[in-house]
Design a protein around this ligand. Structure first.
Ligand code: 5GP
Ligand code: MN
Ligand code: MN
Length: 326
C-alpha cells in the first residue's frame, strides 16, 4: 500500500548519512522544493547531506530557506573530481539520466531512493516511491512527512506549497485534486504566505523575460489547421535580452493557450548540435508519448526532450510527429 511505500522511503532517509540529494537539470519549482524538503528532514534528523542539481537554484526561488546551500555542478566540480557519494536521493527525476552531470559524483554501486510523480518514471533505484497521480513530487513529500511523524514548520510548509503551486500552474491544471487543495489548506494553516508566493512565481516577470516573450510571440507559427502552434528561441535571443534559462518558463503556454490549438511547442537552440523542445497539450494529444519517442519524457499534457539537429529540421520533424497524433 501507499503508506507502506511512504514508510520505506522514510526508513531509507532515516538510514542515510553523507547523502546526496539531487533533482533534475534546469530545475523547476517542484524540483527545488522537493530537494529542500528532503534537506529539511535530513537536518531534523541530524544527518550530513549535500543538496545539488546541475544548474543551481533559479533566482526567483531563492526566497526558500536553505536554498542558498543548494549547489550547482559548476560550484563543486573541482572538489568532487575525486569524491563520490554512495547514497543518493533523487527527487522529481523521471529517469536517472535526468540528474545530468551530477551522475559523475555518484558511486557505481550507490544506493538510490527515487521519489517522483512522472508516468514515464522507469523505477530506477533501490527504493522507488512513484505516484503518477500526484500533482507534484512535493505532494508525495507532504504525505511522507505525515508518516515521518515530524511536525511541519512554516519553512517546510513554504517549500511544499511552492512545489505544488508550480506543478499545478497555480492550482489550475487538471492535477489539482481535492487532496491537493486539502494539503494547500493545511500548509496555509502552517503559516505559508500564499499571496507572496503567487506574486513571486505567477505574477512577477523579469525584464529579460518580457523581452524574450516579445521576440517569441513575433515568431508564432501554426500548421494550416492551426491545431499546432510553436515558437523558437535562438542563442542570440538569450544574449541580446540577457535572459537566463529560467526566463523561458511559461513561454510555451502562449501557443497552447490559443483557442483551437491542441499542442503548443517551444524550441530552444541550446548549442550547435542540440535543441530543447517543450511540449504542452490542451488535453487530446499525449505529449509524454511524443517526447518519449524523441528520448525525453514527462506528463500527458506537459513533456519535453532534447533533440540533436539543426533548429529548423527539428521543428519540421517534431511538428510532423505531433500532427500524426492529432
Ligand atoms: P519543460 O517543458 O517545462 O522543460 O518540461 C515539462 C515536463 O517534461 C516536466 O515534467 C519535465 O520533467 C519533463 N521533461 C522535460 N524535458 C525532459 C527530458 O529531456 N527528458 C525527460 N525524461 N523529461 C523531460
Ligand atoms: Mn520538475
Ligand atoms: Mn514535478
Amino acid at each position: 500500500s501507499y503508506v507502506v511505500e511512504l514508510q520505506k522511503a522514510c526508513d531509507f532517509v532515516r538510514a542515510c548519512n553523507n547523502v546526496l540529494v539531487v533533482s533534475h537539470v534546469q530545475p523547476d519549482g517542484d524540483a527545488i522544493s522537493s530537494t529542500l524538503v528532503i534537506g529539511w528532514l535530513l537536518r531534523r534528523w541530524n544527518k550530513t547531506f549535500k543538496m545539488v542539481n546541475e544548474n543551481g537554484v533559479p533566482h526567483r526561488l531563492r526566497y526558500l530557506s536553505m536554498s542558498e546551500v543548494v549547489r550547482s555542478y559548476a560550484d563543486e566540480e573541482e572538489r568532487h573530481s575525486q569524491l563520490t557519494y554512495d547514497m543518493v536521493i533523487c527527487v522529481d527525476c523521471a529517469d536517472y539520466s535526468r540528474i545530468g552531470k551530477i551522475a559523475q559524483w555518484v558511486a557505481q554501486d550507490a544506493r538510490i531512493l527515487n521519489i517522483d510523480h512522472h508516468p514515464t518514471n522507469d523505477h530506477y533505484g533501490e527504493v522507488a516511491l512513484i505516484r503518477e497521480d500526484a500533482a507534484a513530487t512535493a505532494e508525495i513529500l507532504f504525505d511522507m512527512l505525515q508518516v515521518s511523524g515530524e511536525e511541519l514548520d512554516s519553512e517546510v510548509a513554504t517549500m511544499l506549497y511552492t512545489g505544488i503551486l508550480t506543478d499545478t500552474g497555480g492550482f489550475r491544471y487538471s492535477n489539482t485534486t481535492p487532496h491537493v487543495m486539502a494539503i494547500a489548506s493545511q500548509l496555509l494553516k502552517h503559516g505559508v504566505d500564499g499571496n507572496d508566493i503567487a506574486d513571486r512565481l505567477l505574477e512577477k516577470m523579469s525584464m529579460p523575460q518580457v523581452q524574450l516573450i516579445k521576440r517569441g510571440l513575433s515568431r508564432l507559427s501554426f500548421t494550416p489547421d492551426q491545431k499546432i502552434g510553436w515558437l523558437y528561441i535562438s542563442p542570440e535571443d538569450m544574449i541580446d535580452t540577457g535572459a537566463l534559462s529560467e526566463d523561458l518558463e511559461g513561454l510555451v503556454n502562449y501557443p497552447r493557450n490559443i483557442e483551437g490549438v491542441e499542442v503548443g511547442l517551444l524550441f530552444k537552440q541550446v548549442d550547435e548540435t542540440g535543441v530543447k523542445v517543450s511540449m504542452r497539450s490542451a488535453g487530446t494529444v499525449n505529449v509524454a508519448e511524443i517526447a518519449q519517442h524523441f528520448g525525453g519524457g514527462g506528463h500527458v499534457v506537459a513533456a519535453g526532450c532534447k533533440i540533436n539537429g539543426q533548429l529548423h529540421d527539428v521543428i519540421t520533424m517534431v511538428v510532423e510527429r505531433v500532427n500524426q497524433s492529432l
